[in-house]
Design a binder for this molecule. Structure first.
Ligand code: FRU
Length: 478
């Protein structure tokens, strides 16, 4: 699988996640829309394939889904829970936008007989994301003219007839292609009026290589998107977070929930997968997102994991440790039900902004010595790093070892603090720094499982406190 598609929440609170799916192989190709549902965003039930290609030369590429409550489309004369999927039909010579509709709440779909609904005589025109714009009472579509590095905005009263209203072109990082745009109304901290967030996934040509997603906080008046400034911002400082999408159906003044694909097109088709497992790739944690104005960078997309309470394992041991000065703590989590862990590490009581030292945490294989390491360098660097290089299961020139980001302290009344939380799940590490002001998604492939967490705060100034909390996580398979 690759991109998440068609994400929406229905009136019963069920989250629907569709995804780019090849049912006949473990590389991309023969794309269908797979489908999974969840009540809590952690326990998922895989459903039947939702959308099939119309013929052997076509693929169903990425797109979005909406609930047509008022039957604007005319597909749903007898119900208010009809679902319309808007996606790209890819053929060897063309990419066009098409509709399928579902009268059973998103489980089975019929193609619209008038497909395609939008075409540009192009083979590089894809990934429609549709939202309802209440002030102008119309549907809005953002769609990528991929190799022209341009998004087109279209509006429609009925999801079938689309009018071109504006373009958003050559903003931020160009990369080689624009893909998978998302437009969502989103809460802005400390402000009553929500703003809009536009995301554009670029591939290839990301700064670290391959694919990554950039975002633009801004304003949208129903036809034109205006970014707050000219800055380019990246949603993740790792390399394995792509094509993320926001759930349709969450009110615009709230935090928005996203899920992304945890891979990178530079190596997604090559990373190891067990022959007995028969699958490759997975999705990120569900993330809660909002905008915040940070003094150092201006508007920032803040992302943290959606509440993990449905999977926090209350029977497995919970570790709460305070490490003062010299110390480290070793945790064996191989007995946890799923092998996945949530961790939180806080450095507090940093007396001045100039104090130096490091605090590291290492996920280690006690059998092979392989590891994934991460940590924080205090002054003068104020930077966080992740190093996945000491794992031996996958070697590739583009499988970059090390990532870092700058992350200054947060100051409280008399001292400074720094904190990180995250989830490690067998071959994915997601970290969220300082309440989600920065985040990273990193995949890794050790030959032996990483079964031990070592936290080392040995060379910190004696007054500085390091505390760690670690919880086992239950399996996500319902
Ligand atoms: C992004 C992407 C989309 C396309 C889909 C094909 O990862 O390349 O542009 O619709 O994947 O699977």
């Amino acid at each position: 699988m690759n991109d998440p598609n068609g994400m929406f929440i229905d009136a019963h609170g069920t989250y629907h996640l569709y995804y780019q799916y090849n049912p006949t192989g473990i590389v991309a190709g023969n794309q269908h829309w797979g489908h999974a549902t969840s009540k809590d965003l952690y326990h998922w039930v895989n459903q039947q394939i939702a959308i099939f290609p119309p013929d052997a030369h076509s693929n169903i590429y990425s797109g979005s889904a909406v609930v047509d409550v008022d039957n604007t489309s005319g597909f749903f004369p007898h119900q208010n829970n009809g679902v319309v999927a808007v996606y790209t039909i890819n053929t060897p010579t063309s990419q066009t936008q098409a509709l399928s509709y579902s009268i059973d709440g998103g489980y089975t779909f019929r193609p619209y007989s008038g497909n395609p609904v939008l075409s540009d005589n192009s083979s590089q025109f894809r990934d429609p994301k549709v939202i309802w714009h209440a002030p102008t009472q119309q549907w809005v579509m953002a769609v990528a003219y991929a190799q022209a590095l341009t998004l087109g905005f279209f509006t429609s009263p009925n999801l079938k007839d689309w009018e071109h209203v504006s373009n958003f072109s050559h903003h931020g990082l160009p990369g080689d292609q624009y893909e998978c745009p998302n437009l969502v109304e989103i809460r802005m901290e400390g402000q009553k009026e929500p703003m809009y967030l536009l995301t554009i996934s670029i591939n290839p040509g990301a700064p670290l290589g391959g694919s990554i997603t950039q975002y633009f906080p801004g304003f949208f008046n129903g036809t034109v998107f205006t970014p707050v400034d000219g800055a380019a911002r990246i949603s993740d400082f790792g390399k394995d977070n792509y094509a993320g999408q926001f759930f349709y159906g969450i009110p615009g003044d709230r935090d928005q929930i996203s899920i992304a694909w945890t891979s990178n097109w530079q190596y997604s088709q090559l990373v190891p997968t067990g022959p007995s497992e028969g699958w490759r790739s997975s999705m990120s944690l569900p993330r809660v997102n909002y905008l915040k104005n940070l003094s150092r960078v201006g508007y920032d997309l803040v992302s943290v994991p959606y509440s993990l309470s449905p999977v926090i394992n209350t029977t497995s041991s919970l570790v709460q440790k305070t490490i003062v000065g010299n110390g480290s703590v070793r945790l064996d989590y191989s007995s946890g039900a799923s092998g996945a862990l949530y961790f939180q590490i806080n450095i507090t009581d940093i007396p001045t902004a100039n104090i130096s030292g490091t605090a590291n945490f290492t996920f280690l294989s006690s059998r092979s010595g392989e590891s994934v390491r991460a940590g924080y360098f205090l002054a003068p660097d104020s930077a966080f790093f992740i190093d996945r290089g000491n794992t031996r299961g996958f070697d590739n020139p583009f499988f970059t070892d090390k990532f870092s980001t700058s992350c200054p302290y947060n100051s409280s009344a008399s001292s400074y603090t720094w904190r990180v939380e995250g989830v490690i799940d067998r071959s994915i590490l997601e970290v969220f720094i300082d309440g989600g002001e920065s985040s990273a998604t990193v995949t890794f492939f050790p030959e032996q499982e990483l079964d031990t967490l070592v936290i080392n705060a040995g060379d910190l100034n004696p007054g500085v406190t390091v505390s760690a909390a670690v919880h086992g996580l239950d399996s996500a398979w319902a």
